[in-house]
Design a protein around this ligand. Sequence first.
Ligand code: NAD
Ligand code: AHE
Ligand code: ZN
Length: 369
Amino acid sequence: MDVRAAVAFASQQPLSIETVQLEGPKSGEVLIEIKATGVCHTDAYTLSGADPEGLFPAILGHEGAGVVVEVGPNVRSLKPGDHVIPLYTPECRECEYCLNPKTNLCQAIRPTQGKGLMPDGTSRFSLNGKMLHHYMGTSTFANYTVLPEIAVAKIREDAPFEKVCYIGCGVTTGIGAVVFTAKVEAGSKVVVFGLGGIGLNVIQGARMVGADMIVGVDVNPGKRALAEKFGMTHFVNPKEVEGDLVSYLVGLTGGGADYTFECVGNTQLMRQALECAHKGWGTSVIIGVAGAGEEISTRPFQLVTGRNWRGSAFGGARGRTDVPKIVDWYMDGKINIDDLITHVMPLEQINEAFDLMHEGKSIRSVITF
Ligand code: NAD
Ligand code: AHE
Ligand code: ZN
């Protein structure tokens, strides 16, 4: 079938709106009509050429919501008409990762997903006979896409697509890092580096679980008001701190934070986030994605003296199980998504969404089809 898509032909080039061809679902796959998709910093990161797994030409996008229109053979858990959120972290419920409660990183289809292909090693997308790569197994910058059944979360039908698409990445990543990865306790002191589409969700997750002190760190003072609305208790602009930022944050938190979160993708900030965690027990969670070849470092003594350094992908959430619950949290008014969606636009304007992100003018732009 013909599909309208934003194609990334090469890194550092604007996306191009094209009519591309999409093959129907094969065994274990479903065809989804995408109704809305968010534009995440990770899409920009891959488009920039900094992603070691970045492949071109490709159809990017991984933060979508839509409706199942057709199911391939052997699909049991989904049917046409189901409302769904595509999952870049699938949940097969059978692999050794899914069977281990310590991780959400289902590996059932990870090798082919990282090569921009469906599990059978081929692509469903093409343009004039030339293969286009899938991206993160989701390719939501198209009005139709094909996914494996294990990479699709079924959600309630009264949830608005243009809001809950954000649960496909940013909301789940931020809130999940607090709830599922770090398991932040009530009364904790938390420091969040980066108050963008991820960091603000970390903040609302920390407020939800009852953190006492929530410090937000960002070089853009324009982020302050919204962060306060979401639960930030103290704002720190590193440009206004005289002397060492780590010492300042350790002082502000009375000895260090119980939990810190890096939501930028800057390896220097990752180090600072670790080092302002409390001696003896503080945990620092890396969420930000750093460019190819970049490395983190610290004095081993920081870990010897009881700080913990860890990371979180998709907030530690198991998509088919947890995403429908997070949709319920939104529908029940427990979390705020509406105020984070600062721009809504049609697919034809998708390059403006990237511009707004780079200029620091948006939190989330959502494309509606
Ligand atoms: P964003 O662009 O919306 O926000 C980044 C924020 O960081 C901005 O507010 C910016 O002002 C701030 N910032 C930049 N440099 C800074 C510095 N030196 N000190 C303090 N603040 C600084 O991005 P986002 O959508 O929130 O994504 C954040 C990161 O999370 C990206 O690296 C993205 O790729 C990554 N991410 C990871 C996962 C995961 O599963 N681990 C999921 C989604 C996104
Ligand atoms: N491909 C990059 C890594 C990108 C990355 O870390 N992706 C996150 C999701 S970011 C969503 O906005 C993730 O889930 N990673 C786990 C995984 O298996 O990809 C690289 O460095 O190679
Ligand atoms: Zn994302």
